[in-house]
Design a protein around this ligand. Structure first.
Ligand code: F0G
Length: 460
């Protein structure tokens, strides 16, 4: 294996004990959870890779900030500190805190979308798709073709297919396209980065047709790090300059700050120019989130967020962070286990379709692998495939996803090299008995975002 583990650029000051259940206990817990990993208790998961969202370890500066948080209802100093940090990093005039990413979507999207409208994206994340649909609009994904083939190693598999984008705009009519969204990194495509060139081109198309351009900014720093590594024009730029330049192409951003900002809760809306939209966003924020100077967060959360916005940009940290993914990916390469390659920014997306070619999309190979990981080693991962995608909102038919991934999302600054080795060993053990693994069927599901709540049963 040619990849060395990049040592942690920090030391550990506080620990949390984790326990591993026996295999029999894990089997029993899974059955009780109706084969839905969201129903497992956190303490029953030895290594919890369900998400990298809100599961990060804060720094001593952030914890100190928690103590300094100003809890004034209106105009707290923590709010002003956060707004200043947001303006500095993204170059946007208006920064609105909200309690998490989907709150940003809930506040902003109905202003831009609604019945008969379309949102086109390099890929909508599940909650993003849900909020587009809840507004009455339809979400259309427009990812570059190479993203659909996990074995093709391309530098920017998260990109928007800009040629197709223009065709879609013409097909639906520019007046019906309420917004275009670039998700950085492209989570559902495997945490794959989007290039500066791609964003510039998408922005030019938006401008040509007079369409609003929004960035889904959850993993803004990891994306910028990939641009620095892989894109000539970004090679000599700082992470902060890359971010500011990229965000300069869009009109707004919605952000789940639970990822690259390394906090446990928070979100942001950014608006580049102090225009009419600001007033509309303020009104909806006050109704749904709380007064504009706290947006559903405590003062201490605002403080930690303001500090985390900068910590996420640190290059030593990003090198270690992406290095962890590369180390795990290299172990999988050695074992011949396919994943969305090259590995993305926040986790490894194992190609469950390749691991279980005998399980069809409507028996959910990505979910089957997630459940096997729990049985094998107490690792909780999740499906990013047809199970998560759900049903067509109009026909109610099961949709077929372009890929069937099991995502091992790695929380930031939480797990060590030994934990990463356990993940690789578990996948290798499952690969050896892959032919005997069976698919699953859904016995109950809610209308929207069904993967969080559905009940499943193994197909025997
Ligand atoms: N956009 C992207 C790209 C996301 O990855 C997420 C959340 C959201 C929006 C919504 O943000 O959770 O703060 O409301 N992704 C998490 C995940 C849940 O596991 O990937 P939120």
């Amino acid at each position: 294996m040619g990849v060395k583990y990049i040592p942690e650029p920090f030391r550990i000051k506080m620990v949390e004990t984790i326990k591993v259940l026996t295999r029999e206990e894990r089997e029993e817990r899974l059955k009780k959870a109706r084969y839905n990993v969201f129903y497992l208790a956190g303490e029953d998961c030895y290594i919890d890779l369900l998400t990298d969202s809100g599961t990060n370890a804060m720094s001593q500066e952030q914890w100190a900030g928690i103590m300094r948080g100003d809890e004034a209802y209106a105009g707290s100093s923590s709010y002003y500190k956060l707004v200043k940090a947001g303006q500095d990093i993204f170059g946007y005039e208006f920064i609105q805190p909200v309690h998490q990413g989907r709150a940003a979507e809930k506040v902003l999207f109905p202003i831009l979308l609604g019945e008969g409208k379309y949102s086109i994206s390099n890929m909508h994340f599940d909650t993003t798709r849900a909020h587009v649909e809840l507004s009455g609009a339809r979400a259309i994904d427009c990812t570059v073709k190479e993203a659909a083939d996990p074995s093709i190693r391309a530098p920017f598999k998260g990109n928007m297919d800009n040629e197709k984008l223009e065709k879609l705009i013409i097909q639906y009519g520019p007046e019906n396209v309420g917004c275009i969204i670039t998700t950085i990194t492209n989570n559902s495509a495997g945490g794959q980065p989007v290039s500066m060139a791609n964003v510039r081109e998408t922005a030019a198309i938006c401008k040509k047709y007079g369409i609003h351009y929004n960035i889904d900014a959850a993993r803004y720093a990891e994306n910028a790090y990939f641009c620095k590594l892989r894109e000539e024009e970004c090679k000599n730029m700082s992470i902060k300059d890359i971010i500011k330049t990229m965000f300069g192409f869009a009109d707004t951003f919605t952000m789940s700050a639970k990822k690259d900002t390394i906090v446990n809760m928070g979100g942001l809306i950014g608006i580049k120019k102090n225009d009419d939209l600001v007033g509309k966003v303020k009104v909806r924020t006050i109704s749904y989130e709380g007064f504009i100077s706290y947006g559903g967060l405590s003062g201490r959360d605002l403080e930690a967020l303001a500090i985390g916005l900068y910590e996420g940009l640190d290059e030593d940290y990003l090198k270690y962070r992406i290095g962890q993914m590369e180390y795990l990916a290299a172990r999988l390469d050695d074992a011949g286990i396919a994943y969305q390659s090259p590995v993305g920014g926040h986790g490894v997306f194992v190609d469950a379709k390749a691991m279980f070619p005998h399980i069809p999309y409507n028996e959910f190979p990505g979910q089957a692998l997630a459940l096997e990981l729990y049985k094998e080693a107490g690792i909780r991962a999740c499906d990013i495939g047809s199970y998560m995608l759900g049903n067509d909102p109009d026909t109610k038919e099961q949709l077929k996803a372009d890929f069937e991934f099991t995502r091992l999302a790695i929380p930031r600054r939480v797990y060590t090299q030994a934990h990463i080795d356990i993940m690789a060993d578990a996948l290798i053990a499952i690969k050896e008995r892959a032919a005997s693994v069976k698919g699953y069927k859904i016995t109950w599901e809610p209308e929207i975002l069904r993967h969080f709540q559905a009940y499943l049963e193994p197909i025997v």
